[in-house]
Design a protein. Structure first.
Length: 218
C-alpha cells in the first residue's frame, strides 16, 4: 500500500492483458481477477484504467472491497487519500437498503425488544471479529476451523444458542450478558442464524457444520 501511481499511469492499464482501476483513491490490479469476477470480465474491462468508485458502490457493499483488498490492491493514487472509513466490527452498514429494515433504529415492533437489538449487535461484532476472518481463511485452504474459535464460540454461548430456546440456556449470560438465557426466544434464535450467515463463506467443513448443525454442541 506504500506504492503510489499517477492517474495517467493507471489509465495506461486498459487492455485485457493489464486491467487496473481506481476505487476510493486506491489502485487495484484486476488482471488476474477477470475470470473470477461473478459479473464477468466485460464489466471490469469497461472500467479498465478508470476511476470506478461510483460504478463499484452502485453495485457492491464495502465488505466486498475489504474481502479482496489485500489480494488486489497494489497502491494508492499519488497525492490522494482514501475517504471511506472502514466499517467498525458490529456496526450497521450506512448504504441504503443494505440492512434489513428491522435493524434500522427507527423500526418499532412490540416483539422486537431491546434484548433483541443487544444480541444482534453482539453476534454481529463477534462474527466480524472472529468468525468472518477465519471463514475466509479456511475457504482458501479448505482446512478445519481452529480449536481456538470453537472454544471462543462455546464460551460466548453461541454453540448453546444454536440449539434454540430452552432450559439449557437458563443461568447463562450469553455473549457477555447481551441477553439472559431465560429470555432467549425464537426471535433471538432467528437473529443468531441471520448474523452467523454473514461469515459469507463455507469456511471449510468444520465451520459450515458448526454454524448450521443443531446437534448436541453444548
Amino acid at each position: 500500500m506504500s506504492k503510489t501511481f499517477s492517474r495517467a499511469e493507471v489509465a495506461k492499464h486498459n487492455t485485457e492483458d493489464s486491467v487496473w482501476c481506481i476505487i476510493d483513491h486506491r489502485v487495484y490490479d484486476l488482471t488476474d481477477f477477470l475470470d473470477a469476477h461473478p459479473g464477468g470480465s466485460v464489466v471490469l474491462n469497461q472500467v479498465a484504467g478508470q476511476d470506478a468508485t461510483a460504478e463499484f458502490y452502485n453495485l457492491h457493499r464495502q465488505e466486498v472491497l475489504e474481502k479482496y483488498r489485500d489480494e488486489l490492491c497494489i497502491g494508492t493514487v499519488e497525492g490522494e487519500t482514501p475517504e471511506i472509513a472502514p466499517r467498525e466490527p458490529g456496526s450497521l452498514s450506512e448504504v441504503p437498503y443494505a440492512e434489513p429494515l428491522w435493524l434500522r433504529p427507527d423500526f418499532k415492533n412490540p416483539y422486537y425488544k431491546e434484548s433483541h437489538r443487544r444480541l444482534q449487535r453482539a453476534v454481529r461484532e463477534f462474527t466480524d471479529r472472529y468468525i468472518y476472518p477465519e471463514a475466509q481463511e479456511k475457504e482458501k485452504d479448505g482446512t478445519y476451523i481452529s480449536q481456538e474459535l470453537i472454544d471462543r464460540m462455546a464460551e460466548a454461548g453461541i454453540l448453546a444458542m444454536r440449539l434454540g430456546p430452552g432450559k439449557h440456556l437458563h443461568g447463562r449470560k450469553l455473549l457477555g450478558g447481551a441477553v439472559d438465557g431465560k429470555e432467549f426466544d425464537y426471535l433471538h434464535d432467528l437473529i443468531v442464524s441471520q448474523e452467523l450467515s454473514r461469515a459469507n463463506a463455507r469456511g471449510g467443513f468444520g465451520l459450515r457444520h458448526m454454524l448450521s448443525w443443531r446437534g448436541a454442541v453444548c
